[in-house]
Design a protein around this ligand. Structure first.
Ligand code: PHE
Length: 345
């Protein structure tokens, strides 16, 4: 008796068809609500002899699942039919097709990447949210050293007992050095572009996030001469064949010796103008020979290998190339500004 009823309902449910939302709701009530057909079956189920309970129970479950699937299927069909009807305007023209433009920072970042790729560097990446170990400690920033003040960042998790455990937004792409050296054997020749964060008040000249490209080269017999020649080639490719460079001694915990690199001002050609504060030079990057402590902290034998690293700000290079006077323009999403770069590649 009950099995016949189940079979009959199974057939009925299989055959259901409508794309009217109200009718579907009626069907749901008829089959699946508390007082619906399937719940009724549950009442009859009590009368079923024990030896048949298993097969009959399975049949009821099958019916219930079928009803759920069927009703969902009907609902989905009406959904798409309705959106198609209401949103599809066949008379609307598809012209003019509005294309976006590449963001100036990405244009310049890609150009930097291409130049270094032509010199044999490959791309690497490292996390924007990282631990202190990789952003600072392994890069030779001692836990209590004032060098940490050079780059204030944002903290996600702070461990006052052991700063190495802090989870932070990286303040430079140099965390790529520690990640890459930990997981790769020399020879290493990589560049790492990416976003970095600093706890700075936002103004025309500073922002709390910006972009950098880091470079790292580790092998036997790498010297400062190699670094200088690679940076000179880069500057000439990027700013023109007449560009001159100069290296000024500087300090970074992770390089020794360290330098800052200026290029001859590409606006006045080195004669002196407002942009270069009448010096003829503009600073574009920091660089140096990887400190042996850093190599060792990352598992590389500093008695066998040497290396150089450099890091540059993409905003800075973009300003030089396109004379953008206010850093904030880069992240305001003003399409009038972005459209000005339409013709740039
Ligand atoms: N990480 C440094 C900064 O952000 C730049 C740098 C990179 C300097 C690599 C030397 C070597 O200021």
């Amino acid at each position: 008796m009950i099995t016949e009823k189940i079979e009959k309902l199974l057939e009925e449910v299989k055959g259901l068809s409508t794309n009217n939302a109200e009718e579907i709701e009626q069907l749901r009530i008829k089959y699946l609500s508390k007082k619906g057909e399937i719940s009724q079956l549950m009442n009859d189920f009590r009368e079923v002899p024990a030896e048949l309970k298993k097969t009959v129970g399975m049949k009821i479950n099958e019916l219930k699942q079928l009803a759920i699937d069927k009703i969902n299927e009907l609902k989905e069909n009406t959904g798409s039919a309705q959106t198609q009807n209401s949103l599809l305007d066949l008379t609307r023209t598809s012209y003019p097709i509005k294309l976006g433009t590449r963001h100036p920072l990405m244009l310049v970042q890609n150009e930097i990447i291409e130049i270094f790729q032509r010199m044999g560097f490959t791309l690497a990446s490292s996390p924007e949210i990282d631990d202190d170990l990789h952003v600072f400690t392994k890069l030779n920033f001692a836990a209590d050293h004032p060098a940490r003040d050079m780059q204030d960042t944002f903290f996600i998790e702070a461990d006052n007992e052991n700063v190495t455990n802090n989870v932070i937004l990286r303040s430079h792409t140099s965390n790529d050095q520690s990640h890459y050296m930990e997981t790769h054997e020399p020879p290493i020749r990589v560049i790492c572009p990416g976003r970095v964060f600093r706890n700075e008040a936002i103004s025309a000249r500073a922002h709390c996030f910006f972009h950098q490209v880091e470079g790292l080269y580790v092998d036997k017999n790498v010297s400062f001469t190699d670094l200088k020649q690679v940076l000179l080639s880069f500057a000439r490719e990027m700013f023109g064949a007449d560009t001159r460079i100069r290296l000024r001694p500087s300090y970074f915990p992770f390089t020794e010796p360290s330098a800052e690199m200026d290029i001859s001002c590409n606006i006045c050609g080195g004669d002196g103008c407002g942009f270069c504060k009448h010096t003829g030079w503009v600073e574009i990057l920091g660089c140096g020979m990887v400190d042996p402590n850093v190599l060792e902290a990352c598992g590389i034998d500093s008695s066998v290998y040497t290396g150089y690293a450099f890091g540059m700000g993409v905003e800075r290079i973009t300003n030089l190339k396109y004379r953008v006077s206010d850093l904030r323009l880069f992240s305001e999403n003003d399409t009038r500004f972005l459209k000005e770069f339409e013709s740039a590649k």
